[in-house]
Structures are given as structure tokens and as C-alpha cells.
Design a protein around this ligand. Structure first.
Ligand SMILES: [Zn+2]
Length: 193
């Protein structure tokens, strides 16, 4: 979920307010919150976890172009976790749904914030077998030798860079062609500088 702002409390429907709240360490935080203390709803704005898979198939790495993406934009296989789903199971499911392959091994590369979408990307190197078959969310894939990968300088790109570093591969960051710059991240008034 992105950082959408609630105008009304999703629990009791009263108009939400910016309220100063003291956290456990005694720091005042300003958050959108319900004015009714008996309700107590606070929009904390926690990042949403999602999985990203750098898929290896027969020794080469797969990057995919999502439906509706511009020409030339390729990325990891990504998706949101289902409720209570183990992240590795999420990787297996997303790879099967999006490109039809069976993940045999999934190794955590690391966890990366994607600020624009307020998501934490749990990124895995996924070794997969089977026959490629594109699901409705993917229009095209490209195969690359591991040393040919060009990570973008955000979120899942940092995972690719870390994976390449772990293999002793040199890399250069490269942004998506024609991609507009990120908007300035919103900082809430209570965030310590
Ligand atoms: Zn409320």
C-alpha cells in the first residue's frame, strides 16, 4: 500500500486528525489518528512487505516486463504476500503465477525499502526449473548472463547489485529508460531529523 491519507477513521468513521503521539522511547510523533480515544485508531504508515525474485533458469537470469510497462523496462518478479504467507512460499507462488517456472531453491539476498511505494522488498535469488509460460501480468521476459545484469538504483536494483557483488561480478547502475525522477519523499512533522 502506498502512503494514502485517510480522511475518515476506517473503524468508526470520524474525521481523522493529525495528532501528537508519544512513542515508547518518549519521542513525540505526529500521525493521522482518530480523535476518539476510545476508538484509538492510528494510521502508522508501516511499509507493506512484498517479495522480489531474481530468477535463475538454466544458468541465466530472467527479468520481466510487466503488463502496461513501457518498452525496455525489465525487473525482478515481484508481488505482495498473501495473508500469513511465508515469504519463500510467496516467491514460489509469484514465480509460478507470473512465468510458469517451479522454484527449487530460494535464497534471501536482503531486504530493501522502496520509498515511493512505501514497500519493503524481501528479495530472493530463486533457482527455477520447468518451461517458461507467461501469466497475464507479464508481457515479455529477457534472459541475461549473470554478468550482464544492470541494476536500477533503487529497491530491487540494490538486491541485484548485492547479489552480483556476492558473486564477484562488476556492475553499473542504470535507471529505466525515460523514467521520471522520484517525487520528494514526504516527511511527517514528527520525524526526527
Ligand atoms: Zn475511530
Amino acid at each position: 500500500m502506498s502512503l494514502e491519507v485517510f480522511n475518515f477513521c476506517p473503524r468508526c468513521a470520524q474525521p481523522m486528525q493529525d495528532r501528537s503521539l508519544r512513542d515508547d522511547s518518549g519521542i513525540d510523533l505526529v500521525r493521522r489518528a482518530c480523535p476518539d480515544d476510545a476508538c484509538g485508531f492510528v494510521q502508522w504508515g508501516n511499509p507493506t512487505p512484498a517479495v522480489g525474485a531474481l530468477v535463475e533458469h538454466e544458468g541465466r537470469m530472467i527479468l520481466a516486463r510487466g503488463a502496461g510497462w513501457p518498452e525496455g523496462w525489465f525487473a525482478l518478479i515481484t508481488g505482495y504476500l498473501e495473508g500469513k504467507e511465508d515469504p519463500k512460499a510467496g516467491v514460489v507462488r509469484e514465480v509460478k503465477e507470473e512465468i510458469g517456472l517451479d522454484v527449487q531453491e530460494a535464497h534471501l539476498i536482503g531486504n530493501y525499502i522502496f520509498e515511493r511505494k512505501n514497500e519493503i522488498m524481501l528479495c530472493y535469488h530463486a533457482i527455477a526449473t520447468g518451461t517458461l509460460r507467461l501469466g497475464p501480468e507479464i508481457v515479455e521476459v529477457k534472459y541475461h548472463a549473470p554478468h550482464e545484469l544492470k541494476p536500477w538504483p533503487r529497491a530491487t536494483g540494490f538486491a541485484v547489485a548485492d547479489w552480483m557483488t556476492s558473486r564477484g561480478l562488476a556492475f553499473e547502475f542504470l535507471d529505466f529508460p525515460g523514467r521520471p525522477p522520484d517525487p520528494k519523499p514526504a516527511t511527517s512533522p514528527g520525524t526526527p531529523k
